[in-house]
Design a protein around this ligand. Structure first.
Ligand code: NDP
Length: 352
């Protein structure tokens, strides 16, 4: 019971063009340790920003490689119904949307390495990146690593992860059919997760540390009108109870300090995100919240390194804004490469 997306199966590349050259003879991720692979553009991250950058860069004939993480797809992979992505009037499931993005990028010649970038050297060009034992070099890099869900960092929360504790209602909600669950948080994610969980759970209790929600008005109204959703205001989860599985949570009143135990079968965390900058923060500028800082639209303080999506954007954090950002970064990278005299390939360029 965790964020396991293996059920999606391998990505069907459909009529994707067969990539040229020895480095592109199969999925890049199959390159063994010690391999050296060069690309004009390497995109790190495979959420809406990374994959939109890949669509644009591949249509521009730049034959990008996406190093997309061991669990590719970004935050939309742990999102339920996406109702606000234009073009899907009935809504679409987050994982399905990401599969469509990926297929579209593959169609124009993007290749994928489903591995995490462990470290980078951006001191000179070509830039160097290491992932799963292989060394990648790139003339330009687009960082689109997104942001990850936060946890409360309680000992028993960690111990009981996958045994009642989760940060992904989409992945794990099914296991709580006929049960009662607690959701922590007061933002849109908490409300969205709680609403989704009412499909399975008989009772969903939102525990929030204040007496006012941060979520948007429409989401609040939806939750307040849902008879299966209840609220525990001014409460913080200070412990998770249970030996083998979650049986309850200990709550502390943030006003009085009083502690009470609340029985529950599951605990879902929805308290926000942390930008994924580990491999880059020694090289690129970060702000006080740890997000990357952009210069001149999508650039960074290193020429040839571009930034897109939630890894820098803590204001909008939407799939559609991330996708727009990925488009901008790819266009900026393309223009920059052109100025450096690094051309697109003729065959792909004619397909534009
Ligand atoms: P937010 O940062 O908006 O909210 C996080 C919530 O968790 C806050 O209510 C915060 O409390 C609470 N919190 C944070 N840390 C702790 C902690 N240690 N203990 C207890 N509670 C904690 O994050 P979201 O993930 O909800 O949303 C992120 C962005 O994504 C937002 O811009 C949101 O609008 C957007 N979004 C939009 C959706 C949609 O439109 N369908 C769906 C999901 C997200 P406090 O309020 O006191 O700070």
């Amino acid at each position: 019971m965790n964020s396991d997306f293996s059920g999606l199966g391998p990505i069907d590349l459909g009529d994707a063009p067969t990539p040229d050259g020895p480095d592109r003879s199969g999925p890049v991720s199959e390159q063994g340790p010690g391999a050296r692979i060069h690309a004009k553009v390497i995109i790190v991250g495979s959420g809406p920003a990374g994959l939109t950058a890949a669509i644009y860069a591949s249509r521009a004939g730049l034959e990008p490689i996406v190093i997309g993480g061991y669990v590719p797809g970004g935050q939309l992979m742990i999102t339920t119904e996406v109702e606000n992505y234009p073009g899907f009037p009935e809504g679409i499931q987050g994982p399905e949307l990401m599969e469509l993005f990926r297929r579209q990028a593959a169609r124009f010649g993007t290749t994928f390495a489903d591995a995490d970038v462990e470290r980078v050297d951006l001191s000179a060009r070509p830039f160097r990146l290491w992932a799963a034992g292989a060394e990648y070099t790139a003339d330009a890099v687009i960082v689109a690593t997104g942001a990850s869900a936060l946890w409360l960092d309680l000992e028993n929360e960690t111990r009981l992860r996958g045994r009642g504790v989760s940060a992904c209602a989409t992945c794990d909600g099914f296991f709580f059919r006929g049960k009662e669950v607690v959701v922590v948080g007061g933002g849109d994610t908490a409300i969205e997760e709680a609403t989704f969980l009412t499909r399975f759970a008989t009772k969903v209790t939102i525990v929030h540390r204040r007496d006012q929600l941060r979520a948007s008005r429409i989401m609040q109204q939806r939750a307040l009108a849902n008879p299966r959703i209840g609220f525990r205001w001014n409460k913080q989860v200070v412990d998770v109870l249970g030996d083998d599985v979650v049986t309850g949570v200990r709550l502390r009143d943030t006003v009085t300090g009083e502690e009470t135990d609340e029985p529950t079968d599951g605990l879902f965390l929805a308290i926000g995100y942390r930008p994924n900058t580990d491999a880059f923060r020694d090289w690129l500028e970060v702000d006080e919240k740890g997000y990357l800082v952009v210069h001149d639209e999508t650039g960074s303080r290193i020429e040839g390194v571009f930034i897109a999506g939630d890894v820098h954007d803590h204001r909008y954090r939407q799939a559609v804004t991330a996708a727009g950002d990925g488009c901008r970064a790819a266009i900026d990278a393309e223009r920059w490469l052109e100025a450096q005299g690094i051309p697109e390939t003729t065959a792909a360029a004619t397909a534009r």
